[in-house]
Write a new protein. Structure first.
Length: 81
């Protein structure tokens, strides 16, 4: 039973393109990348990497996005409420 559980867990990988779209959705059209990056405490270049699915968001960033948007970390990562 443990090996089946381990297989299921190993199959769980975030869809980075979908995560990137949700980060972009959280930013909205009112903020530039530079403004939003400043709010999040990261560089504009790093935010760009997240929004282009070139980098995996850190736990710290996920918590900041949750706090800013009111969306759950589950939603940010999977799109499920």
């Amino acid at each position: 039973m443990t090996s089946i559980r381990q297989e299921k867990i190993s199959e769980l990988k975030p869809n980075l393109k979908a995560v990137a779209r949700r980060i972009r959705e959280i930013r909205g059209f009112d903020l530039t990348q530079g403004q939003f990056a400043k709010i999040l405490g990261i560089s504009q270049a790093q935010l760009s990497k997240y929004e282009k699915a070139q980098s995996v968001p850190t736990v710290d960033l996920l918590l900041k996005l949750k706090s800013f948007s009111g969306k759950s970390t589950d939603w940010i990562l999977t799109g499920n409420e």
